[in-house]
Design a protein around this ligand. Structure first.
Ligand SMILES: [Zn+2]
Length: 296
């Protein structure tokens, strides 16, 4: 009986999460609407050129070998668009939420496909309902020990995770105490953290620098508005960004808008390949580690 009750509770939370993900990451507005600091100007072009020979064949103009990391958030909950995302003909990164019905399955499928897998760690937002967070969330009221335990348990629940990014989190990513613990665990586990930039005042970049972790963050949200026209416009922004930067990180979602995002993305692959290679976000993190080692 008690088991059924808790099962129902979990299903209820998962359902609410399904609707709640509409707000995932967007509580502070789209990242693309303001200028971001540049930290990618030092990507090593020579080593980048050697990275992906097949794309060179597909795109003879791609001599510059810029890098595009597309992260798709909110997997792990049987979300709409998951199959479409997991059957793209290019390398993507998927961010999988812990402790949900298809957490293990989605992470495994993505890994087998050759994608990068991130733990999509639910973190308390400034606004929004707590039930939108899903299980295993990091809250600002937690003690240091509770935060550490929660992060470790979530990492253990998402197989093949090479890094972490935040689900929601506009409050937590501005909290130095909490983020310091999250990043310490990242470092201990050999993971990196991708800041989804749901808060302009995020202190993640500063802390990553202090702790010697790569600074990787979202530049452009693909589907902050759920229309095909908007998603296409955002893809245009990615192309524009790549004209003046050596790499771009962009975030889309499965869920209510998942099929639209997947469809626009698939139709844009040819165009985007004119600008850059599709890489996993770990490539950008690794590249930065290498360069930091050379130019500390
Ligand atoms: Zn999310």
């Amino acid at each position: 009986m008690a088991k059924d009750k808790s099962k129902n509770k979990l299903i209820g939370a998962a359902r609410r999460l399904l609707t709640g993900t509409v707000l995932c990451g967007f509580l502070a507005g789209p990242v693309s609407s303001y200028a971001l600091p540049e930290n990618n100007h030092h990507i090593d072009r020579k080593s980048a050129v050697m990275a992906n020979p097949d794309t060179k064949l597909a795109n003879p103009k791609a001599h510059s070998k810029k890098k595009l990391a597309v992260i798709i958030d909110d997997l792990g909950n049987k979300m709409e668009g998951t199959d479409e995302i997991l059957s793209m003909p290019v390398k993507l990164t998927v961010a999988v939420m812990p402790f949900l019905q298809t957490t293990q399955e989605d992470a495994k499928r993505a890994h087998e496909k050759g994608y990068d897998v991130l733990l999509h760690l639910p973190m308390e937002p400034k606004r929004g309902r707590p039930e939108w967070l899903g299980p295993g969330a990091i809250l600002t009221k937690m003690s240091d020990q509770e935060v550490r335990k929660a992060v470790e348990a979530a990492i253990d629940n998402v197989p093949y995770a090479v890094g972490i990014n935040n689900h929601m989190g506009s409050k937590v990513t501005a909290d130095e105490r909490i983020m310091s613990i999250v990043l310490d665990v990242c470092k201990e586990r050999g993971l990196f953290f991708v800041d989804s930039k749901t808060n302009y005042r995020s202190i993640v970049g500063k802390l990553c620098k202090q702790k010697g972790l790569p600074e990787v963050y979202n530049h452009i949200f693909l589907d902050d508005v759920a229309s095909t026209a908007h998603i296409s416009k955002q893809v245009g922004k990615v192309s524009e960004w790549l004209k003046s930067h050596d790499s771009c990180v962009t975030i889309g979602h499965v869920g209510s808008r998942g099929k639209k995002t997947a469809s626009v993305l698939r139709n844009s692959i040819h165009t985007l390949r004119q600008e850059a290679d599709f890489v996993g976000v770990s490539d950008l993190a690794r590249e930065q580690r290498k360069l930091d080692f050379i130019f500390p």
